[in-house]
Design a protein around this ligand. Structure first.
Ligand code: BEZ
Length: 391
């Protein structure tokens, strides 16, 4: 009996190893479940659709597989509503058992998603929402972003507006994390260069009753205005600003969301506006030209920054999955692969910072016809400071 013990032990171990290998092989031969939590209704609906389009375009280019695994989607319309965010994300994690979550657009919703991802260990790739907390105090080895922090385009626009010689600026935005943080980034750069923010105006998200605030701007007479709005709200703001007669007297600047994906609807009212963002039209690189052609062919639409961020979320997932041979439970190896990757984005190559946010060029763009023409680089290789991130 005693003499046979080592033999039985070895047989048991071999069995267990075989079971583990076969479980892992089964996991990799099943489809990878990706939860898409995006806005499909409301003022950011078009942004959610563009992100999904971009993600699917990269997946199609890879023959429908990332890291050797076929993808199955589970979709949730988050309505850009932070009050519903925790329930929505928990449905994906606990009911649908997704392997990865890709979302979202709205910073307030993204913070609830990051909390749930951090608690559950579910892999999260944020394809837009710029909330600083997600890659700041809430940063985690399983949380990544393919987009920006709100600070980045705010800071780049602040530098650009200061360089144009403006001294006194009024700011206007929705009162929530994205608006507050873009204004803070703008102010940091603008005031560092000797400028002064003389008035900070805001209204609740997603309100678009701008009239009283525009009257306030006219009375304040700043040298220029800095604005953050996006989607449907940006269309209405740019049109109302021009209709109020302000455009010809007080130059309007913004983070590029003010005019991205919105130019068809804004028409001539957007002409000439200067913004800063990590993407723009007419970049003219072979990489971007190929992306734009493929996107236009597939969707009969021109891509925008949101489409690029969705495309790059899929690229990032593919890079991580390739490194772990499709086994998403290998979180350390997945993260290590992305931390050393150079992502070949249509926006230009970018790397991922220690806090898992893109380090990227911010372009200066000017609206000309239906394009946000890139006219220069506002901030080269701009990295979010990742304040509060401990990993
Ligand atoms: C945000 O909420 O973080 C956001 C929404 C739309 C465009 C950019 C940022």
């Amino acid at each position: 009996m005693t003499r046979n013990k080592p033999l039985r032990w070895a047989a048991l171990m071999a069995g267990a190893t075989a079971a583990l290998i076969s479980a892992s092989a089964t996991a990799q031969s099943t489809k990878l479940k990706v939860g898409l939590m995006l806005p499909y209704t409301g003022t950011f609906a078009a942004l959610g659709v563009a992100i999904e389009n971009g993600f699917r375009l990269h997946l199609d280019e890879q023959g429908g597989k990332l890291g050797g695994r076929e993808i199955e989607f589970v979709k949730v319309d988050d309505e850009s509503d932070p009050a519903k965010a925790t329930d929505n994300v928990n449905k994906l994690i606990k009911r649908d058992n997704v392997d990865v979550i890709v979302g979202t657009v709205h910073s307030g919703v993204a913070m609830a998603m990051a909390r749930a991802a951090k608690d559950s260990g579910t892999l999260l790739i944020v394809p837009n929402a710029g909330a600083g907390a997600v890659t700041g105090p809430m940063c985690a080895p399983n949380i990544f972003r393919s987009s920006f922090t709100n600070w980045q385009p705010g800071y780049a626009t602040g530098e650009a507006v200061a360089k144009r010689g403006h001294k006194k600026v009024a700011t206007i935005t929705w009162k929530y994390a994205a608006g507050d943080e873009m204004v803070a980034g703008f102010k940091e750069a603008f005031e560092k260069s000797g400028g002064q923010v003389v008035k900070e105006l805001n209204l609740p998200f997603p309100n678009v009753e701008f009239q009283a605030l525009l009257t306030d701007i006219a009375a304040t007479k700043p040298d220029a205005v800095f604005a953050f709005f996006a989607g449907g709200g940006a269309v209405k703001f740019v049109k109302d600003y021009a209709a109020a007669g302000l455009k010809k007297n007080i130059p309007l600047y913004g983070t590029g969301f003010l005019t991205d994906g919105t130019l068809e609807a804004q028409g001539a009212d957007a002409d000439g506006l200067l913004t800063a963002l990590h993407y723009g039209d007419a970049l003219g690189t072979p990489r971007d030209n190929a992306f734009r052609l493929a996107y236009a062919k597939t969707y009969k639409l021109q891509p925008d920054v949101y489409a690029v961020q969705g495309y790059d979320a899929a690229q990032m997932l593919g890079i991580g999955l390739a490194a772990v041979k499709g086994d998403v439970s290998k979180k350390k190896e997945f993260a290590a692969a992305l931390e050393k990757a150079k992502i070949d984005s249509p926006r230009g190559p970018f790397t991922i910072s220690k806090s898992h946010n893109p380090v990227q060029d911010m372009y200066l763009r000017q609206v000309s016809g239906k394009e946000n023409k890139v006219i220069g680089v506002a901030s080269k290789s701009l990295a979010d400071p990742g304040r509060g991130c401990r990993m």
